[in-house]
Design a protein around this ligand. Structure first.
Ligand code: PGA
Length: 243
């Protein structure tokens, strides 16, 4: 499986940043799929700047319903029209800051899929949950309750305590969690579970990417802070093994 290296800009970036960044990431190495997920306001500009390049474009959230009186929400079809092919769903920052539940994420997955977007569904435990030995059970439960049984998309494992902190789990712990996620996907989705890419996210940067991306069942990375510099995202992509 080709690895997917996805940049999550979160709430960063201005229109003026797009042209230079897009020109730089067009030089993406050919052995990986590269994806950039900017804020809603930059999607259209990024779509134009990346036209004709293999770099894909994604959003960071979508509404659970197709249209209507939902002030402040953006539908999956609107994102698709703006040029997005992917959408990140259930990021821990949305689960924490906006009270998103697994049921909310499941509704968004259905809306995204109906609009032709590829969902990237995020999972991950808090430090207290890991210390209590509950990490795998928690992530399994997030998967089972966030993914429909006909799910087609990508899953990301992002331990919450590793996001933006510079800390990463031990390699054995990443490998064990990714193996547990693969087993849960096979149980939940049947044979189709074998084809779901499982990204690792949480303080991925040049310097630690090569060893994280080489772990079994790691199918790429979801990169926050380090994706804001095109050179860093490209270095991470170059470090991904050939699929
Ligand atoms: P980080 O964020 O790379 O800055 O830790 C990852 C994410 O939240 O997707």
């Amino acid at each position: 499986m080709r690895q997917l290296i996805a940049g999550n800009w979160k709430m960063h970036g201005k229109l003026a940043d797009v042209a230079g960044y897009a020109a730089a990431i067009r030089q993406a190495p050919a052995h990986v799929d590269l994806l950039i997920c900017p804020p809603f306001t930059l999607l259209d500009r990024f779509g134009s700047a990346l036209k004709g390049s293999p770099v894909a474009l994604g959003a960071q959230d979508c509404a659970p319903c197709p249209q209507g009186a939902h002030t402040g929400d953006v539908s999956a079809a609107m994102l698709h029209e703006a040029g997005a092919q992917y959408v990140i769903l259930g990021h821990s920052e949305r689960r924490e800051n906006h009270g998103e539940t697994n049921a909310d994420v499941a509704a968004k997955v259905a809306a995204a899929t109906a609009a032709g977007l590829i969902p990237i569904v995020c999972t991950g435990e808090t430090e207290a949950q890991r210390d209590a030995g509950d990490a795998e059970a928690l992530v399994r439960s997030q998967l089972v309750h966030s993914l429909p049984q006909n799910f087609s998309g990508v899953v990301a494992y992002e331990p919450i305590w590793a996001i933006g902190t510079g800390r990463t789990p031990a390699e054995d712990d990443v490998a064990a969690m990714h193996a547990a996620i693969r087993a849960a996907l096979l149980r939940h989705l049947g044979a189709a579970g074998a084809g779901v890419k499982i990204l690792y996210g949480g303080s991925v940067k040049p310097g630690n990417a090569a060893s994280l991306l080489a772990l079994p069942e790691v199918g790429g990375a979801l990169v926050g802070g380090a994706s804001l510099r095109a050179e860093d995202l490209l270095t991470i992509a170059a470090d991904a093994p050939c699929g």
